[in-house]
Design a protein around this ligand. Structure first.
Ligand SMILES: Nc1ncnc2c1ncn2[C@@H]1O[C@H](COP(=O)(O)OP(=O)(O)OP(=O)(O)O)[C@@H](O)[C@H]1O
Length: 704
């Protein structure tokens, strides 16, 4: 369980700092010179006492200065909470591979409120260096038997629960795990993996399932009048492409998605599937599906798991009770498992990496640049959020409207010392980022909440003056001479009343402005809805009218109908007509009810009903019967087409269909439909010709 936070130290910290160890081992020290941590779990470093000094040993690490962080809070009024990124570090146990290395040693220890890394650059133990780092929380998870061991539950209670509390109050929240491959990010965020299945149900389940479980526990405790909506989405970013892990259709899960930015709500993934969930059971199913999709994709591409970022998001909309003080709040929580950070080390020797043909994770590199830019205290420093998909999507979580926590994961093994130091420096830098979070609520609700508190304040002020005034009036009766003081009090009371009145006016004005703003937003969203509806209409038209495969299927079905129609077979005289036509160089086609005979030489045709054909008795002359029918001129457009002409018509149709864009407006579509129709007519004429020519063998072959 989490221990109480240590009291605020008096001396400023230096993070990290270099200490040349004098090697005076204590009794409890082990063979590597390291003692078991004696510091309480979940150590907290009070932010107001953070390091002000630039570290001596790592010139590349820029540390925050608390004063400048305070300076950046000048626009406090607009924000409900201005706070630094919370940074926690978790140390996992050494694995069998690390233990099997020659000279394997644990180089991490926790001392007081600090994380100490002992490096031995020259291989001389007497010359070892202690690198000291400080964070908001340190989780020692190396040895379960250790009394200071931090379990999955401890980690969730310390870093997950505060974010859940914040989400219920209407703040956006974000928790991301950062660290080298195999350092325990997925274990901490989701749970252990056995045979490609992530365990989200046992005591080892990670922050995400615990967060979701507790979210619904809290929802069940809300008053019956409350209304709650929970929506989840889950996607991964691999090679700068976004894939929906909860897409229901197969094609949707394969299509990479795009990022757009909403002026108010910030960046979002377009067309990402979002699922409304009513219980933890439902949510759990989505989580399992997403994890399964991620695992499946990972096995098809070996390295993928360590190089993709997965983002699980929960959107919570909450209206508690129906009382007049209740308002609606909305919050978005992102729980992120980042790619293995050792790729980032490549940033220092990127040429070499490129030479080796290793593609460096752009999102992770940009994350480094974004953190550096945010940590840099210079004003108007450009922050390259848009340089990568991940940082663009994390824009609000890094320096924006969100309460954010970074969980850095490390291994204590000396074999990974460089990676571990890189992670810790990175985490140190992230600690300097200041976020400005707002309660996400309806502007009307916010205004009403603010106004009510202002009214309370002014009422209290007025009452205060009235009380004073009363006291003074009784005093005045006794001391009439003190009229000057009485006048002064009356003046103050009048001023308070005037202030109250003018405040009321300004509230009314603000209320009007807010209403206007809302109406404007409503109109904009209505316009957007119409645009979307029109797009959907066009897409539907494209689906029903222009799907060539559908057309082909219909067409072939019709063709088959004609060739296999049972009623055609039932017509006894049909074979005699076909025979007659064949011998006399006439063309004939038939449907289930009619026969059309075409005399191409005379350009004339006749149509006869099958039931009439059947009236001709077995001995009647079929030729005479046909010649006695009414023959009409053949229309010009039923001209014969060669096979290549037919093919060319088909090609035209394909080309037209391929040129279609979802953004085509109705006029464009009509034009394209007209072209398609024309080509189809030509195609039909050709088909008619070919069908007629071949029907004596009852086969039609078309090379579509
Ligand atoms: N705190 C811990 N306690 C016990 N085992 C752990 C702990 N953290 C990680 N492990 C184990 O270490 C191994 C690697 O952990 P995990 O898969 O979480 O690493 P990762 O950082 O997510 O790696 P990748 O970047 O490749 O996805 C797993 O077998 C996991 O069970």
């Amino acid at each position: 369980m989490a221990l109480p936070l240590p009291s605020t130290p008096k001396t400023p910290f230096t993070t990290p700092k270099k200490v040349r160890s004098m090697r005076t081992p204590t009794v409890a020290e082990n063979s590597e010179g390291f003692v078991a941590p004696t510091t309480p779990r979940n150590l907290a470093t009070p932010k107001s006492n953070r390091a002000a000094n630039t570290p001596e040993c790592f010139s590349t690490v820029t540390l925050e200065t608390p004063n400048s962080a305070l300076k950046r809070r000048s626009s406090k009024e607009k924000f409900d909470r201005v706070s630094n990124l919370t940074v926690a570090v978790r140390i996992r146990p050494m694995n069998s591979r690390e233990l099997a290395c020659v000279g394997a040693a644990n180089v991490v220890k926790v001392r007081n409120q600090e994380l100490v890394i002992r490096s031995n650059p020259l291989g001389n133990s007497a010359m070892s260096l202690d690198h000291v780092f400080q964070y908001d929380h340190i989780f020692w998870s190396c040895d379960e038997s250790d009394s200071l061991y931090s379990s999955q539950e401890d980690v969730f209670t310390t870093v997950g629960q505060p974010l859940l509390n914040s989400a219920f109050r209407g703040y956006n929240a974000c928790l991301f795990a950062y660290g080298q491959t195999g350092s325990g990010k997925s274990f901490s965020m989701m749970g252990p993996t056995t045979c490609d299945v992530v365990d989200i149900d046992s005591e080892f389940s990670g922050i995400t399932p615990r967060f979701c479980r507790e979210l619904f526990e809290r929802v069940s405790e809300l008053s019956p009048q409350s209304s709650v909506s929970v929506e989840v989405s889950y996607f991964e970013i691999y090679n700068e492409k976004i894939h929906d892990l909860l897409a229901i259709s197969n094609s949707a899960s394969k299509t990479p998605l795009k990022v757009r930015e909403h002026p108010e709500w910030g960046p979002y993934v377009v067309d990402l599937s979002v699922h409304n969930v009513k219980s933890y059971k439902e949510l759990r199913n989505w989580l399992l599906l997403g994890n399964k999709n991620r695992a499946t994709a990972a096995t098809t591409m070996n390295e993928k798991s360590s190089r993709s970022h997965s983002i699980f998001s929960i959107e919570l909309c909450l209206t508690e009770g129906l009382g007049e003080n209740d308002s609606s709040r909305r919050s978005k929580v992102s729980l992120i498992d980042l790619a293995g950070s050792e790729r980032l080390v490549g940033s220092h020797n990127s040429d070499e990496k490129i030479r080796q043909g290793v593609s460096i994770n752009k999102s992770l590199l940009t994350l480094g640049k974004v953190i550096s830019a945010l940590a840099d205290q210079k004003k108007n420093q450009f922050v390259p959020y848009r340089d990568s998909v991940l940082t663009w999507l994390l824009k609000e979580s890094l320096g924006g409207n969100s309460l954010t926590c970074m969980l850095a994961t490390i291994t204590p093994a000396n074999t990974h010392l460089d990676e571990t130091l890189a992670t810790l420096r990175y985490a140190c830098q992230a600690r300097t980022i200041v976020n400005r979070a707002r309660i996400n609520e309806n502007p009307h609700d916010r205004l009403i909440r603010e106004l009510k508190s202002e009214v309370q304040r002014l009422k209290a002020l007025k009452q205060d003056y009235e009380r004073h005034s009363l006291l003074n009036s009784s005093f005045t009766q006794a001391n009439v001479s003190n009229s000057e003081e009485l006048d002064e009090l009356r003046g103050k009371l009048q001023q308070a009343e005037e202030k109250l009145l003018s405040a009321e006016d300004s509230w009314k004005q603000r209320f009007m402005e807010s209403t206007k703003l809302q109406l404007k937003e409503l109109a904009e969203s209505e316009k957007r809805r119409e645009e979307l509806e029109s797009k959907v209409r066009i897409m539907n038209t494209v689906d029903t009218n222009l799907d060539i495969s559908l057309y082909k299927t219909n067409f072939l079905e019709k063709l088959e109908d004609v060739l296999t129609d049972e009623s055609v077979d039932e017509c006894q005289n049909l074979d005699r007509i076909v025979d007659y036509c064949y011998k006399n160089n006439l063309l004939c086609t038939f449907t289930s009810s009619t026969v059309t005979v075409l005399d191409t030489g005379r350009r004339k045709q006749t149509v006869v009903l099958l039931k009439d054909v059947n009236k001709v008795n077995n001995f009647g002359d079929i030729g005479e019967f046909l010649q006695n029918l009414t023959w009409t001129e053949v229309k010009k457009d039923s001209k014969k087409l060669s096979k290549s002409e037919v093919r060319s018509s088909i090609n035209q149709i394909y080309q037209i269909l391929n040129s279609l864009q979802p953004s085509d407006n109705d006029n464009n579509l009509n034009l394209l439909f007209a072209k398609v129709n024309k080509s189809l007519q030509a195609f039909e004429a050709g088909l008619l010709h070919n069908l007629t020519r071949c029907n004596s063998q009852k086969t039609v072959s078309f090379n579509l």
